[in-house]
Design a protein around this ligand. Structure first.
Ligand code: NDP
Length: 364
């Protein structure tokens, strides 16, 4: 059997830009353009994305950007990317002249997202950036504005926005099946290991657990309640002052208030395992996801019973959907654009302010 991947690998890059109309016997190909993506930062999540893209119907790894020359060689061989489509962080601006690449996907530590996104926007490429999209709302706004100015699109790697059980709960909520939503609980955390990793370095991470894992509860509260919060409160607890230095949060409990009167109660932590749960309660029913944001399979049930949807690798479906958004103008049910990422960053800024002041912080 010729896999779609090996078929793609036999094509020269410019041909990918042509309508894609060559189905094999057992696979269906989308009749449309394929999104050619350069991955920036070849670390552990980029590796997961690249593997998942092997099964993507519409997105291919077409370029690689790394600060580690040996990775460009090994990844280039593994994903069939020619040396002419490989860059380091100094040469990457030359990507503007590379017609083999439509979009870049920035998967570096958080502090490096903003500058690279702006550089790539100026180079005329669509920008996909991992969560959190930036260190704070100010940076996120700069990214949104730079992409607007350059006429390119900006998307954030919110893979849960395409997860079938999550989407079914949103559909049920929109259909009024839970009645008026009153409450959301989001528990997100894991025990973080190596104290030397960038996630525990404020300069590179921009904070601690909230930037990395708590953001899922912030984002989940918004997409499951279906409203934008108007206020936040937050309380921090720290048990290890060495591992979690000043400005690196270990655990934050936080609350969000919504215009309808619904409230969210959430926990973000780097010091507890088995915390991956969303719960939504309405006047007529409830929904529960546990696990809710891990790589899956996600498990879900509502007051009507178990949610039965096959597991699809999140990063595969995300890349197919990103291709549809960037190439066909598709509008996803839950936004994944820069404005969506910016909303989360504004809330996270407010949560850090609330931790410091101990007071309720209003969101405009
Ligand atoms: P890793 O540390 O595994 O990889 C980051 C890569 O970035 C490195 O391998 C390196 O690649 C590059 N890099 C460039 N500068 C630095 C630097 N100063 N320090 C460390 N690495 C550097 O991180 P992850 O892959 O786990 O995370 C990357 C991003 O992806 C983060 O923003 C994170 O929040 C996000 N993420 C999202 C997930 C999701 O489910 N959506 C899951 C996990 C992470 P090279 O050697 O090629 O330059």
């Amino acid at each position: 059997m010729t896999s779609r991947r090996s078929f793609l690998q036999t094509l020269s890059a410019p041909v990918w830009a042509l309508p894609f109309v060559t189905p094999s016997n057992d696979e269906k190909y989308h009749e449309g353009k394929v999104l050619r993506v350069a991955l920036i930062g070849l670390g552990s999540y980029a590796s997961r994305v690249a593997e998942a893209m092997k099964d993507s119907k519409r997105a291919v790894v077409a370029g690689l950007v790394s600060g580690t020359p040996s990775k460009l060689v090994s990844w280039g061989a593994k994903y069939n990317v020619s040396a002419s489509n490989c860059y380091n962080y100094e040469t990457v601006d030359q990507i503007r002249n590379n017609s083999d690449i439509d979009a870049v996907y920035i998967i570096t530590p958080n502090a490096l997202h903003k500058d690279m996104a702006i550089r790539m926007a100026k180079a005329g490429k669509h920008v996909i950036v991992e969560k959190p999209m930036a260190l704070n709302a100010k940076e996120a706004e700069e990214m949104v504005n730079a992409c607007k100015k350059a006429g390119v699109q900006l998307l954030v790697g919110y893979r849960m926005h395409f997860e079938p059980k999550t989407l079914e709960i949103i559909r049920m909520r929109n259909a009024g099946e839970f009645g008026n939503v009153k409450f959301f609980q989001g528990l997100c955390g894991f025990r973080i290991g190596d104290p030397k990793q960038w996630r525990l370095n404020r300069a590179l991470a921009g904070g601690g657990s909230m930037m990395d894992i708590g953001i899922y509860a912030v984002n989940g509260a918004r997409y499951l309640i279906g409203e934008e919060p108007t206020w936040v409160t937050a309380q921090e607890t720290k048990t290890d002052f060495v591992k979690f230095a000043e400005g690196v949060d270990e655990t934050i409990q936080f609350q969000l208030g919504f215009p309808s009167g619904a409230v969210a109660s959430c926990l973000s932590t780097y010091s507890m395992n088995n915390l991956d749960r969303f719960f939504l309660n309405g006047e007529k029913g409830f929904a529960e996801l546990q696990p809710s944001t891990g790589y899956g399979p996600i498990k879900g049930r509502t007051n009507k019973g178990e949610l039965q949807f096959p597991h699809i690798t999140h990063q595969t479906i995300q890349m197919d959907e990103f291709a549809a958004i960037l190439l066909d103008g598709k509008k996803p049910l839950v936004a994944v654009d820069g404005e969506e990422g910016l909303r989360d960053m504004r809330i996270i800024d407010a949560l850090y302010t609330a931790v410091k002041s101990g007071k309720r912080v209003s969101l405009k």
